[in-house]
Design a protein around this ligand. Sequence first.
Ligand code: ZN
Length: 290
Amino acid sequence: MNRLLLLLMWTSALAAPAGTLELHTRSRSSADPGAAPELKTVRWDPARTALILCDMWDDHWCKSAARRVGEMAGPLNAVVRDARARGLFIIHAPSSVTTFYEGTPQRERAKQAPYAPTPVPLSTQERWGTGWCWPDTPREPAMPVDDSDMGCDCAEKCTIREAWTRQIPAIEIAPEDAITDNGQETWNLLAERGITQVILAGVHLNMCVLGRPFAIRQQVRLGREVVLCRDLTDTMYNPEKAPRVSHFEGTDLVIGHVERFWCPTITSTDLTGRPPFRFRDDPRLSRAAD
Ligand SMILES: [Zn+2]
């Protein structure tokens, strides 16, 4: 009996060593949109995992988008703190404004990480100031929301301009973190640390969280294991455009697109043990936890 107990303790320790991240992932069939989501429990070594924060800027040309980032920033910072304490490497990726951080140790850390060749070439196309991975046909169909108007959902339409100057100050940048918006620098930082697993959070999912050179499409192509933190993201989607659902249902549709064609998703509960984040304007009881 004691032996059995010991064996049980030993095998359960093997299954989930202390400090291991237990992620409850959700993905979907790319072939059958009606199929039930596939739920799995996977275990990741925190020391081989990075959390990358995409474009959590201090301001945005769309007032609604800026307001939602402001609402999400505090809760995201609490998640980042927990993730950092658990040993994850944090990369702040405020695209096209990293010069704000020039000379800081976190920016220097990214610039000075030793060059590591990538297994496939990084995208050399440029969009919005960084390399870009465009939608990949035939791997993925068109986005499930029409964002051709750039997605301002304000009653009075906002004028597109470069409103951002830095990452939103509510997200702390710790001494051990790194700052980059560059695909090669991101690869170098991960390679230097033996990091093969990446969690993405931030905005906006239908644009930068998929397309930026540190983000989902590029990381998947580089062979990294990637998950999206689905409660800590947002989209640029205007409900006046197809498929004419609420902003938050539009975000859910894009999350479903990612789950079908790119990578599984998790909620921040897997990092914190607390309930997932939810926007206060989201009328539904449980957008991210279903
Ligand atoms: Zn707007």
